[in-house]
Design a protein around this ligand. Structure first.
Ligand SMILES: [Zn+2]
Length: 135
């Protein structure tokens, strides 16, 4: 059976994040009042509730905070991607995001390892996924 993979759908709040990825840039929000870095995209700062959030370009680099190896597909859409290396990346700015690792052997994965972004342009779609590989 063939399944079409679900892709991110940008909302008014998250649109700058997804548009930056298509330019192979990582942008996240920073609060203009308390300087907190924020991910995922929001309308209000989770630290001080300010609505003054600004989009800032960052390197996207970080460290591996946690991971799991999915040997069975977590949904039919990812049956062709197992084993899927699902990771939580702690960005150098502090926020954590969920992603997948590529170009890394399973045995080389270590919590705390340095990671850098991989911009995965989805063929035929105007969408770029943020994945990670060893720095
Ligand atoms: Zn704030």
């Amino acid at each position: 059976m063939d399944f079409e993979k679900p892709l991110p759908v940008a909302t008014a709040t998250s649109k700058p994040f997804w548009e930056a990825l298509t330019r192979h840039e990582v942008q996240i929000q920073q609060c203009a009042d308390c300087q907190a870095w924020i991910y995922y995209p929001r309308a209000f700062c989770p630290e001080c509730l300010s609505p003054k959030l600004e989009w800032k370009q960052i390197s996207g680099k970080g460290t591996l905070y946690s991971f799991t190896i999915a040997r069975r597909p977590t949904a039919p859409f990812w049956a062709d991607e197992v084993p899927q290396l699902i990771v939580v990346v702690e960005l150098d700015e502090g926020p954590r995001l969920t992603s997948t690792l590529c170009n890394v052997e399973e045995g080389d994965i270590r919590v705390g390892m340095r990671l850098q972004p991989v911009f995965d342009d989805v063929s035929g779609k105007d969408v770029t996924l943020l994945r990670y590989e060893a720095e």
